[in-house]
Design a protein around this ligand. Structure first.
Ligand code: ATP
Ligand code: MG
Length: 197
């Protein structure tokens, strides 16, 4: 039996939006993945000088976002691990969640891939996984340096120009986020009054 093909999709997911779901779905379809594991980053974590929403809330929203798709699941490994989140640890922990040998594919947007060569222990990481890179409006694959031996398959997904930053800003401004995030994620955000300062 060939090894199962598992996508690992790390992110802040603050909040998870339809761009994330289209990306994961397209990666699964194009690369015949058996499962995509969404892995929200741990706490404490600083991103571009802003405070990230607590991990428990991002985890809950990510679960709500993927719940209706049997191909998707959520791993808490980055949230459970102490200290900053590094992809090399994520990949090792997700691998350990399986009893059998699996092939891991790191699913990533073109924007995040641009600085891959600066990542913590990147030589180890690129030996452990193949990358599936997705286009993202405003970022081209030409911006990606693959000269250091990373194995990347570029996938063209239907472009979705949504970011978590935009979702947060819209909530703050009292604007609707319906159709940018799933109804369950929108309900969670409103119920917990997230992103209102
Ligand atoms: P923020 O605006 O807070 O940076 P984000 O929308 O970029 O949030 P992240 O949680 O940072 O979302 O992204 C997780 C992963 O999903 C990254 O690999 C990112 O490149 C990818 N991604 C996010 N949004 C899209 C999108 N609209 N199209 C393709 N890939 C995306
Ligand atoms: Mg981002």
């Amino acid at each position: 039996m060939p090894a199962r093909r598992i996508g690992v999709f790390g992110g802040t997911f603050d909040p998870p939006h339809l761009g994330h779901l289209v990306a994961a779905g397209e990666a699964a379809y194009r690369c015949r993945l058996d499962e995509v594991v969404f892995v929200p980053t741990g706490d404490p974590w600083q991103k571009q000088h802003r405070n990230v929403t607590e991990a428990a809330a991002r985890l809950e929203m990510t679960r709500a976002a993927v719940d209706s798709d049997p191909l998707f699941r959520v791993s808490t490994c980055d949230v459970d691990r102490e200290g900053p989140t590094y992809a090399v640890d994520t990949v090792a922990d997700v691998r350990a969640e399986y009893d059998e040998d699996v092939d891991l594919y790191f699913v990533i947007g073109a924007d995040s891939l641009e600085n891959l060569y600066t990542w913590h222990r990147v030589e180890e990481l690129i030996k452990a996984v193949k990358f599936i890179a997705l286009n993202r409006p405003g970022h081209s694959r030409r911006g990606v340096d693959t000269s250091f031996g990373v194995d990347v398959e570029f996938i063209d997904m239907p472009a979705v120009d949504i970011s978590s930053t935009e979702c947060r800003e819209r909530v703050r401004a009292g604007e609707p986020i319906r159709y940018l995030v799933t109804d369950r994620v929108a309900a969670y955000i409103h119920r917990h009054a997230l992103y209102r300062d």
